[in-house]
Design a protein around this ligand. Structure first.
Ligand SMILES: *Cc1c(COP(=O)(O)O)cnc(C)c1O
Length: 629
């Protein structure tokens, strides 16, 4: 509450985390800058929402910005290209996008389109993802890298796809998979393109520590690698082994972990080459992080490096190691997912209502009130900046005593309601005092517990699953009124009936805060909030808690003239759709409801003329959006 900032929007640290893409506009609205047209003016996000609203597309909505996706694909590919040129590296870079990070057709289609000129490929971690990859026309030299557990069907499809010109690499995860590959080769007589997944022993820091090192569930240890080499050699397939893969886990915070892992990977590459494997591709997996908080530090939600630094660290480490071993520089492959798609999507929703933990006025107390209530009211008389902590303590004490009396039946509902009002009014006076103070020690922290609850039109479980599951932080800001000082602090609650459905960690200019500075809700217009960088993982990890389905999704292109084009609209799930996901047939539901309506008419409980009305209400619901409309 004590930030001394020049402009109201500076509270949110948008300049730090916004990457120059999300910017505050003079009129107090959030603007979107087009990185591909740096001279173009930023476009107001609320004005985009108003335009879409007129077209009948409403919040809650996921907004995908095609220009941001294109920008990130260019960014990673040119970063590697430049690093390779700078270091005099002899190999090339062939990135692949891991489909699991965002499998949506609109996203993958665009990734493939924007990646053509970079020979950018796809990574498939399962059969369905391979089926997706094979439905795309990739550049001639682009790769399809197949990771994950594979059965005969998977291996057969991957092997045969080479006949269509796909460079599909089957990455062996275990000696057993080598057996499957050999059996399929003997059956089909078609040679596969093979890789091996090695388990590096270096551990990374951050949230994904467990997915690296000895106990990681993926990849082969040295003993298993030797077994695979022997099997392939015996089957006459060792010459098909072209790629070595390893993956550290996601969101690697520290670039030195990237260097160490690349160095260790090179040791395996050297040894496998000495064993006679004609390796040409070194695949270092994903892990390139996103600086969600803008801190530029090696913390869970930040990273201490740029994409350029990541690329040059990889290129330099590998080039140096290969020179030492006297091995030609391999083609470099990475499988960055998060860094490619996270920034391109944002979730926007409206605030439906607020629960305030203060009150503008307090009732007069009198002799008929319980003495604890008059004591509580009397705190107002000695409340000042010097005694704010004392007043807070006293108010809390009296309120708790009064609650105890209420529970035991000594005071009635109306007395208790008066007490709550007196307490909440004290709260507003304390909040106002603290807002103007420099050193407020503990009270400031305690006041966080008295933050408002803003009830928002979205489902955390459907749209921000990682916020719930792994404490992922995403920047969240009001999309308007940023030219006015926020006058409230709030936590956000979603519309599921789950007490876990709330957001209570926010990225602000001066660090992570348990509440978000917001404005009093305007009476006459919607108040929108935006959650940024949600393009990675959130869409498919989301679930149907309380049967809130997919939100509306729009894909936009930012035009150079400051306008936007609506490239695609995907309507969110209807109630009928989510019912069918949980084994209900909507037609059966309608029939069952109609039967009850007719029964009620027969019994005289409902007028026949009301049948149309009540059936209409049921049908409207079943055909409608799952969110608040
Ligand atoms: C998940 C995954 C990736 C993507 O990781 P990011 O951190 O999103 O870049 C890449 N490769 C493999 C094998 C994965 O499992």
């Amino acid at each position: 509450m004590t930030h001394s900032v020049d402009a109201p929007h500076e509270t949110y640290g948008i300049e730090k985390w916004g990457k120059g893409l999300i910017v505050p506009l003079k009129n107090g609205e959030i603007g979107l800058k087009n990185p591909l047209a740096p001279d173009a003016p930023a476009i107001s996000l609320p004005s985009i929402l108003a335009d879409l609203d007129e077209r009948g597309v409403h919040v809650p909505m996921l907004v995908r910005i095609s220009s941001y996706l294109e920008n990130e694909i260019r960014h990673i590919n040119t970063s590697f290209r430049d690093a390779i040129a700078r270091a005099g590296y002899q190999g090339t870079y062939r990135g692949v996008f891991p489909i699991k990070v965002n499998q949506q057709a609109q996203v993958i289609d665009r990734i493939v389109e924007f990646g053509q000129s970079f020979d950018y490929g796809l990574e498939a971690g399962s059969k369905p993802e391979l089926v997706i990859a094979l439905a795309h026309k990739l550049a001639r030299d682009a790769l399809i890298v197949c990771n994950g557990v594979k059965d005969t069907e998977f291996v057969t499809l991957a092997t045969l796809s080479r006949k269509l010109g796909f460079n599909t690499v089957i990455v062996l995860e275990s000696p057993k998979e080598a057996d499957t590959v050999i059996a399929v080769y003997r059956e089909l007589g078609v040679e596969p393109l093979l890789g091996v997944r090695v388990k590096l022993t270096n551990q990374i820091s951050g949230k994904w520590q467990e997915s690296s090192g000895d106990r990681s569930t993926f990849g082969m240890n040295t003993d298993q690698l030797v077994a695979v080499l022997d099997k392939l050699r015996d089957a006459g397939l060792l010459h098909c082994l072209k790629l070595q893969h390893s993956h550290l886990g996601s969101q690697v915070p520290d670039v030195n972990d990237v260097r160490r892992a690349a160095g260790e990977a090179c040791r395996y590459f050297t040894e496998l080459t000495r064993e006679g494997a004609p390796l040409t591709h070194l695949d270092l997996g994903g892990g390139l992080g996103v600086d969600y908080t803008g801190e530029k530090r090696a913390t869970e939600n930040s990273i201490n490096y740029t994409v350029e630094e990541y690329a040059s660290n990889v290129v330099e480490t590998v080039g140096y190691a290969m020179d030492e071993a006297g091995i030609p520089h391999p083609t470099l492959v990475t499988e960055s997912g998060r860094a490619v798609v996270a920034t391109s999507s944002m979730l926007v929703f409206n605030v439906l209502e607020s629960t305030l933990y203060d009150a503008p006025t307090a009732p007069e107390t009198g002799p008929e009130d319980h003495h604890l209530l008059t004591d509580l009211a009397a705190v107002a008389d000695y409340l000042n900046a010097d005694r704010v902590q004392e007043c807070w303590n006293d108010a809390s004490f009296y309120r708790n005593e009064l609650r105890a009396l209420f529970r035991r039946g000594y005071i009635d509902l109306r007395q208790m309601a008066r007490a709550e009002r007196v307490y909440l009014h004290l709260m507003s006076r304390i909040k106002a005092l603290v807002a103007g103070m420099e050193d407020v020690s503990d009270v400031d922290n305690q006041l966080e517990k008295a933050a408002d609850i803003y009830h928002c039109n979205f489902s955390l479980f459907q749209s921000l699953p990682d916020v719930w599951a792994i404490d992922q932080l995403h920047p969240i800001v009001p999309l308007q009124m940023l030219d006015q000082p926020p006058d409230r602090r709030a936590v956000l609650s979603d519309i599921t009936c789950d007490s876990d459905g709330k957001v209570s960690r926010f990225i602000l200019a001066d660090g992570v805060s348990p509440s978000l500075p917001v404005h009093s809700l305007p009476a006459d217009k919607p108040y929108y909030l935006g959650v940024f960088f949600v393009g990675a993982y959130q869409e498919t990890l989301g679930d149907l808690h309380n049967l809130f389905g997919d939100t509306n999704v729009v894909t936009l292109d930012l035009r150079a003239d400051g306008g936007f084009d609506l490239l695609h609209e995907q309507e969110g799930d209807t109630i009928s759709q989510v019912l069918s996901y949980v084994e209900y047939d909507p037609a059966d539901c309608i029939a069952a409801f109609r039967k009850m309506v007719d029964g009620a008419i027969s019994a005289g409980a409902l007028k026949a003329s009301d049948r149309k009305l009540i059936m209409g209400a049921y049908r409207d619901s079943i055909n409608g959006y799952t969110y608040y409309e």
